[in-house]
Design a protein around this ligand. Structure first.
Ligand code: SAM
Length: 248
């Protein structure tokens, strides 16, 4: 997969060179391009913002640098991936579609993502309309709160998607057994020592009985989801839960 990120703070994306995603980049499983929006300005102040038409607080990111930056990224990517390949542009925005694990899984199947990080009061809407002339454009929100800029959101999206790419995680079973992969939160987990500060690991986990362990994890997963995120159970029909689940 290729991922390009466009931002006025390219250094903000440096954490993508660390840890799991950094290793994926170093090994070529993820091709990462980070682009400075200000490189596509032509005035001495490297201006990327202007006052919004119609008034209102704050400044808005102006279309010309965004248009040039996205054209440049598209040309560079197509030269590498082939002229038939188009990116999927994800515009970070609190007014976007809510990012979740299902979206991360869908995005992980795509060949090329471009993430646009807004600042100030966001990006002139024509940038999205213009980009949509060439390829898909999706405004993406990482949650119902407002950040100062899209960089932290881009880090979240790239990490959540990148760890799903083939060969990135050492143990691919991890991604099917974790929170949200089945619409439930993961059960509590424990490692050695079996007893610590008077707290013992549940007996079932040291029993060696794999069927009982699986049953316990399923029960705990349902219990935890009901306690912390009942909204995740809301849409689930009774038929989805077996008799034992219903009794929990
Ligand atoms: N005026 C905008 C609005 O109300 O929709 C908020 C702009 S916010 C201060 C600046 C930038 O931060 C946005 O353009 C976006 O890139 C990013 N951002 C803020 N909150 C976000 C969120 N929840 N998800 C994704 N990006 C977010």
């Amino acid at each position: 997969m290729r991922v390009d990120v466009v931002s006025v703070f390219p250094d903000y994306l440096e954490p993508l060179r660390l840890s799991l995603i950094g290793r994926a980049v170093a090994r070529g499983r993820l091709r990462l391009g980070v682009h400075d929006l200000r490189a596509f300005t032509h005035d001495v102040h490297r201006t990327v913002d202007d006052a919004p038409f119609g008034g209102g607080a704050g400044m808005l990111m102006t279309p010309p640098p965004w248009g040039e930056a996205l054209d440049h990224v598209r040309a560079e990517g197509r030269a590498q991936l082939g002229e038939h390949v188009e990116p999927h542009l994800l515009v970070m925005s609190p007014a976007g579609v809510r990012f979740d694990q299902a979206m991360a899984e869908d995005l992980a199947r795509e060949p090329w993502l471009v993430l646009a990080c807004g600042r100030y009061e966001g990006i002139d809407d024509r940038v999205l309309t213009d980009a949509a002339r060439h390829h898909r454009v999706t405004p993406v929100s990482i949650g119902d709160y407002v950040l100062a800029g899209g960089e932290a959101a881009a880090l979240v999206v790239v990490e959540a998607v990148g760890r799903l790419l083939p060969g990135v995680l050492g143990n691919s079973a991890s991604v099917v057994e974790e929170s949200h992969s089945e619409g439930l939160l993961e059960a509590p987990a424990y490692t050695r020592p079996a007893s610590w500060r008077g707290l013992d690991v549940p007996d079932v986990l040291t029993s060696g009985d794999h069927a009982r362990v699986a049953r316990w994890r399923r029960d705990e997963s349902l219990r935890r989801t009901a306690a912390r995120r009942p909204d995740l159970l809301g849409g689930r029909s009774a038929a989805d839960l077996d008799r034992h689940d219903l009794a929990v």
